[in-house]
Design a protein around this ligand. Structure first.
Ligand code: C5P
Length: 240
């Protein structure tokens, strides 16, 4: 197996998805997690629910931010958005993994003279199956399409990809040790899977080649979120 060469501090390997209905809920969760969690993902729910201000709040608390915007548009518009996001200090940004979009994002960041955000490509949404792809006109087997799009995204300047734990090992071998692999769909062995079809524990995902895991409900719904986060970090530490 090709191991990652990225030197990521243990705590930064766990990214908590702040998928909560209100900004206040997100703020309370960050307080409850305290020092255990240093990296948070903000998605469309927060951004369009008045939560963009959370980015600055999180920075003031010394946290890192993953902006899960899944940007997709013509190159000029994506580029202009990334120019602005480059000023925000966000660590990671997702874009749809079409090569022109990835290239526009990577070029805009470098023109802004910024090191961040790292551009992470979404290859094929894990909610899509082979039939959905056929409906969209793709005949390639899903796994091959993920690999093909990941490689094209890398060539276009992506810093990493979002990938399920089940794709991580193959993508790590394909993309080499320097691409960042960020893996959602994480559940502790004793947790419900919810709408995630294929889940892994954090440790399994890291062993499979992921650099970071994204965890939402497993932590957000726990009666003791900080304890749960600690257990997940222990699981990750055991895998390193
Ligand atoms: O609650 P759970 O841990 O399943 O949440 C996973 C997070 O990762 C959610 O914010 C979800 O939008 C995101 N995600 C995912 N699968 C992808 C891409 C993102 O679950 N393929």
């Amino acid at each position: 197996m090709t191991p990652s060469r990225l030197d990521v501090p243990l705590r930064e390997r766990l990214i908590v998805a702040l998928d909560l209905p209100r900004v206040l809920d997100a703020r309370n969760m960050v307080a409850a997690l305290g020092d255990e969690v240093v990296f948070y993902k903000l998605g469309l729910q927060q951004v369009f629910g008045g939560g963009l201000g959370l980015v600055d709040e999180l920075f003031r608390l010394g946290k890192k931010v993953f902006l899960d915007a899944k940007l997709t548009d013509i190159a000029a518009t994506v580029g202009n958005a990334v120019t602005n996001i480059s000023r925000s200090g966000a660590e990671f940004l997702t874009v749809t993994g079409d090569a022109p979009i990835v290239r526009a994002a990577a070029d805009a960041r470098s023109k802004a003279g910024a090191r961040k955000p790292l551009i992470l490509a979404v290859t094929v949404l894990t909610s899509l199956d082979q039939q959905d792809l056929a409906d969209m006109g793709f005949s390639m087997p899903l796994e091959d399409l993920v690999a093909h799009r990941a490689l094209k995204a890398k060539e276009a300047g992506a810093d990493g990809v979002i990938a399920s734990g089940f794709e991580a090992a193959k993508l790590r071998a394909l993309l080499g040790p320097d691409m960042r692999i960020v893996t959602p769909g994480i559940r502790s062995a004793d947790s419900p899977k919810d709408d995630q079809k294929r889940v892994m524990t954090a440790g399994e995902a890291i062993r499979a080649g992921a650099d970071h895991v994204v965890v939402g409900r497993d932590i957000l719904r726990s009666p003791d979120p900080a304890k749960k986060a600690r257990a997940i970090l222990d699981d990750i530490a055991g895998a390193l």
